[in-house]
Design a protein around this ligand. Sequence first.
Ligand SMILES: Nc1ncnc2c1ncn2[C@@H]1O[C@H](COP(=O)(O)OP(=O)(O)O)[C@@H](O)[C@H]1O
Ligand SMILES: [Mg+2]
Length: 351
Amino acid sequence: MRIAVLAGGLSPERDVSLASGALIARALIDGGYDVALADVYMGIKGKIGDFGKLFTREKPELYIIGSCEPDLEALIASNGGRRAPVGENIIELCRAADVVFLALHGGMGENGQLQATLDSFDVCYTGSGYAACFMAMDKAVTRRVLTADGVPMADGFSAKASELRVDEVISRVGLPCVVKPNSCGSSVGVSIVDTEEELVAAINAAAAFDDIAVIEKKIVGREFSVGILEGSTLPAIEIIPVSGFYDYKNKYQGGCTREICPADLTAAEAAEASAVALAAYKSLRLEGYARVDVMQDRETGHFYCLEANALPGMTPTSLLPQEAAAVGIGYIELCCRIVNAAISKKGKKKG
Ligand SMILES: Nc1ncnc2c1ncn2[C@@H]1O[C@H](COP(=O)(O)OP(=O)(O)O)[C@@H](O)[C@H]1O
Ligand SMILES: [Mg+2]
């Protein structure tokens, strides 16, 4: 069976995706598949003819993530100024595959655009459909959908970053608060704000990535993430950054964050964390696999959903693969199960 693994892309999380993609490709080869790994933005240059010959059992090189997010303008310049997020021959490669494994993070790979495009070509792909991806990637929409469905979230609101006034933030959520760009990931553009002075800088930082900003009350307490595989929750993982909050550097540089899985929670607490994550997964109509970030309020002990990730990090040391490992699902098995979930979803639709 042929699997096209799509990675890279034109999002600030491009490097994380390239790292995930190479590892997923290797795992799928170990799982017995023929694999073609491609950078969805860079595309595959030249006249290919037979796309079948791109699928091999030869393992790709690994990719190392830098300490800060990549310079996308420099990348665009290096690729002849091309701004289209889907490169040459990518759709043709996908059509030649039995399944497309989306190893993308952020941007059009995670916001539903690529999923909708692949649907138009009747291509079978991993993870959630376009509507779920859109809802999960758009933090303002996530807030509306989850709060309407009664999934607990921190108090907050969203607004055009250029129209946000400091006094409005103070009166609606107060300090400390968190300011996030609406459609990013990996904590890119996210700031924790303690003072009014920091608030202006935080709004500008978020505005650099998105016209819309999401502002939430800061939850003071422990942070966890809960993976979901084929509709069942995996054990929660606790995230403890050595310093600061769980920002880009703390997420991807070794030794910056302690990750404890299964998290040290009472049975009742673990059940509440799982219930919140699963409610968010269902409410957003996520499928196959996903990961929901939650925090436990120190005062009340209750759990709140921060956001959902339709395409969570997938290196073996990423959060969801660690959670799967904690219940005996190794990395190769995890990648193969995600492929099988995609095949059975497509089968169900056809049937
Ligand atoms: N309401 C909040 N209270 C406290 N910390 C938060 C809050 N929202 C986000 N954070 C912190 O910011 C990080 C990134 O926020 P998140 O909503 O998960 O966005 P993303 O991971 O998509 O960038 C979280 O992992 C958490 O450490
Ligand atoms: Mg997150």
